[in-house]
Design a protein around this ligand. Structure first.
Ligand SMILES: Cc1cc2nc3c(=O)[nH]c(=O)nc-3n(C[C@H](O)[C@H](O)[C@H](O)COP(=O)(O)O)c2cc1C
Length: 199
């Protein structure tokens, strides 16, 4: 089986905690035996795109009229069998970069819910999955609630089933490289990739 994995690095901190976890998950995907794995990583802060302007063109044509880097992201999202959304907690939500990318997916929402058109037509629709990787400085589990709600709405919109058991949330991660302090964190991320498409 061929599996396409799309990693979305949503932190503005290059090589930050969530990106380190994401890289490990992507690495793990390469170790799952019989499958051919194609991996792509988007670093959102490297992209040049506008936030949604609410022009509402997509409600009529099911496409976004803004011609910027999001056009490639739309193709990548449709290509992927698994979307790995990696964002730290910022003010109890996703980073602004991630939120802007998700808002621009309003055109998928319009396509699906207003125009009743299919989102994915690559034959893998029923197996599409979305997982979340997140860290936050606080140790309380509740810091992830807001971010999970937004990510779930995103996954529903792009026809990916939220895979909770393969998502990873780590509190008490405040400074750069904190995630390297215990080998357990990166191992947990690697194992997610490794086990996801086995059996
Ligand atoms: C603008 C900003 C907002 C933040 N808001 C929160 C928050 O609401 N709760 C929390 O636990 N940590 C918060 N943090 C801490 C980050 O989640 C933490 O530093 C994380 O390790 C950054 O991940 P990264 O290395 O992937 O960028 C915030 C950090 C920044 C810069």
């Amino acid at each position: 089986m061929t599996i396409n994995i799309l990693g979305i690095a949503g932190s503005p901190e290059k090589g930050g905690n969530t990106e380190l976890l994401l890289d490990k998950v992507l690495e793990g995907f390469g170790c799952n035996g019989d499958n051919t794995v194609n991996r792509k990583k988007i670093v959102v802060s490297d992209l040049d795109f506008q936030p949604c302007t609410s022009c509402r063109s997509c409600t009529k044509i099911g496409k976004c009229r803004l011609n910027d880097d999001m056009q490639n992201v739309y193709s990548d999202l449709l290509w992927a069998d698994c979307i790995v959304l990696a964002s730290p907690v910022y003010f109890l939500g996703l980073t602004a970069q991630c939120k802007a990318l998700i808002d621009r997916c309003q055109m998928f929402w319009a396509r699906k819910f207003l125009l009743n058109k299919p989102i994915v037509d690559n034959g893998h629709e029923s197996n599409r999955r979305g997982i979340i990787l997140s860290v936050g400085g606080d140790k309380k589990d509740s810091i992830f609630c807001g971010l999970i709600m937004t990510a779930k709405a995103f996954f529903i919109t792009i026809d990916a089933a939220y895979d909770e058991k393969n998502s990873l949330f780590i509190g008490g991660i405040e400074e750069k490289d904190d995630v390297l302090k215990s080998p357990h964190y990166l191992n947990a991320a690697f194992d997610i990739g490794k086990r996801m498409y086995t059996g």
